[in-house]
Design a protein around this ligand. Structure first.
Ligand code: ATP
Ligand code: MG
Length: 561
């Protein structure tokens, strides 16, 4: 994971992209910076995209520049309007504000066409009749130079005429392409007369049937950046070898303040699936319930699970910006949401695996309201009244008929504290025909109200509870990784995913009546059980559903720099 860039970052407190920007501003290369986030609207955004969004937006903020939201919709085959809306929603939610700077690359098709004409006129582009297969053969390899196309030396007039006829729809798909005339002997294969325009009779979701020629990514992208006045075009490492072509395009087209491309390493999460292809299959096979299933890491899924924009920002910051590929543990993301919610959200009592507890010396019909702080560490969240009564639910695991060594919770003869309530001592149990404990009997000490010791005697265990009479039955969804970590993400034989059959456990839980008012996306700490979020699709006031965001414990430790 260590890379030179990261060491440098530590030394000066700035990442390598910030260093480039500061140098450019100091030298007056640009007066003001402009960054962009350029998704292709062909799927939902995931945690990796969040890194790119927050990086680009964050830089624009930091250097008082501009941030553009641009749909890179130059390839009509895979793009859909549905994705445009979901992407906008996700970016807004993350807090990246593009103001009025929303652009569509397809709005520049005319300018891209003009740019191609300019190259033809400069003798820097030619129409080629080789088939895709032939172009591949002529391209050469890493060790051998390519061969020039027999159409390379067509005259400017002939090229202009053919290109116009390509645009007019006179040629079939694949029969002709426009290629940049660069260098078939270049050690960089991307520079061996790359295709910049192709014939494709396709309907585009924004421009309809206006065009039957479409620009290739490596040609279109630098033009989009230049038109918008982008200064630093930040992309991921796999485009490093394309940078000479990016530079060639902006230079040959003679833009006065050409943008520059900067590459950084993608964000990878260990044992986590982000590939569209795999997620699509999980959705189609009904293994997950849509692209926002809380077990996935699309931004919509993280939001539904209960992650906050702040937690994702924190995560991205901790990941840092680097030139070296590495993979981050999901536990770090969990750490970030715990840290974010810990102080902000109320702590309430919910019993996920209930066992009945009866207080024999407590008045039969009485319901009493006890005051409980909402968050012991944050008094600003105030307190609430929690109903208490003769019959309660406690967690199965908080009782043992025969205690193991060091067990501090409830067992016959032992006294514990019911959180925020009273001390109780276990006196007896009831069992079913199989010998399983069904009811635990206790007596309580009325003098211990509030959970305070009346006479200095100590109890070692404190357990949570919910009064049976007022308890609200809810559904809680407990998640594990969708992939089987033991086996690894991908099946070695056929490349399919190793799906974890236990990634979702649904339990019936009892919660305090306080939670009846919870709305979609409201989150809580269920004491001792983790952080939970009200499901935005399935929860209703009379049938609450909670997703466990994360449990409370973790083996993850943040290494201090
Ligand atoms: P993929 O190649 O996985 O299909 P993508 O093509 O879906 O990713 P685009 O819509 O083309 O993504 O990309 C939008 C932006 O997000 C690009 O600038 C890309 O570099 C960036 N991006 C995509 N994946 C990651 C990642 N894992 N980490 C950081 N940035 C990413
Ligand atoms: Mg892409």
């Amino acid at each position: 994971m260590e890379s030179r860039e990261e060491n440098k970052e530590e030394a000066v407190g700035k990442n390598f992209i910030e260093q480039i920007i500061e140098k450019d501003l100091a030298e007056g290369v640009y007066d003001e910076i402009c960054t962009r986030f350029p998704p292709e609207p062909n799927g939902y955004l995931h945690i990796g995209h969040a890194k790119s969004i927050l990086l680009n937006y964050g830089l624009a903020q930091k250097y008082h520049g501009k941030f553009n939201m641009r749909f890179d919709d130059t390839n009509p085959t895979k793009e859909k309007v549905e994705f445009v809306e979901s992407i906008k929603k996700d970016i807004e939610w993350l807090g990246a504000d593009w103001e009025d700077r929303l652009y569509f690359a397809s709005d520049y098709f005319d300018q891209m066409y003009e740019a191609a004409i300019k190259l033809i006129k400069k003798g820097k582009a030619f129409v080629c009749d080789l088939s895709a297969e032939e172009i591949r053969e002529y391209r050469g390899t890493l060790t051998e130079p390519g061969k020039e196309s027999p159409y390379r030396n067509r005259s400017v007039e002939e090229n202009l005429d053919l290109f116009e006829r390509m645009k007019n729809g006179e040629f079939e798909d694949g029969s002709k392409v426009l290629r940049a005339k660069i260098d078939m002997a270049s050690p960089n294969i991307n520079m061996r007369d790359p295709v910049i325009y192709r014939v494709a009779h396709m309907n585009h979701h924004r421009t309809g049937d206006k065009w039957c020629i479409y620009p290739m990514y490596d040609f279109a992208h630098p033009i989009e950046d230049a038109i918008e006045g982008v200064t630093h075009s930040i992309c991921t490492l796999e485009f490093e070898d394309h940078r000479p072509l990016y530079d060639w395009v902006v230079t040959e087209l003679e833009y006065p303040h050409p943008p520059k491309q900067i590459e950084f390493a993608k964000l990878y999460l260990t044992n986590v699936v982000t590939g569209k292809r795999y997620i699509k299959k999980l959705v189609e096979d009904g293994i997950v319930d849509g692209w926002d299933d809380p077990r996935l890491v699309s931004i919509a899924a993280l939001r539904r699970r209960g992650f906050t924009p702040e937690s994702i920002k924190k995560f991205v910051e901790l990941c840092g910006v680097s030139k070296a590929n590495s993979s981050v543990d999901y536990a770090m993301l969990e750490y970030c949401i715990r840290e974010d919610l810990k102080m902000k959200r109320p702590r309430v009592m919910a019993v996920l695996n209930p066992l009945k507890l009866v207080i024999d010396n407590y008045p039969e019909e009485q319901i009493e309201y006890l005051e409980a702080p909402n968050n012991m560490e944050n008094p600003e969240l105030g307190s609430r009244s929690v109903p208490f009564g003769k019959e309660l639910y406690i967690e199965q695991e908080d009782f043992m008929e025969v205690p193991v060594k060091k067990y501090k919770r409830l067992y016959p003869g032992n006294e514990v504290r019911l959180m925020n309530a009273y001390f109780v001592t276990c006196t007896d149990v009831e069992k079913d025909e199989n010998g399983n404990v069904t009811v635990v009997h206790c007596t309580y000490d009325p003098a211990s109200k509030g959970g305070n010791s009346p006479d200095g005697r100590k109890v070692k265990g404190t357990i949570h509870w919910v009064a049976a009479k007022t308890a609200v039955e809810t559904e809680c969804r407990l998640y594990e990784n969708i992939v089987d970590e033991e086996k690894g993400v991908y099946n070695k034989e056929d490349g399919s995913l190793n799906v974890n059959p236990n990634s979702l456990t649904v339990v019936k839980a009892y919660v305090e009546p306080e939670l009846k008012k919870s709305q979609a996306f409201d989150s809580y700490q269920f004491v001792r059980n983790g952080f939970f979020c009200t499901d935005c699709h399935d929860s209703r006031p009379d049938a609450l559903v909670f997703n466990r965001i994360v449990s409370l414990k973790s083996s993850f430790k943040l290494e201090k720099k």
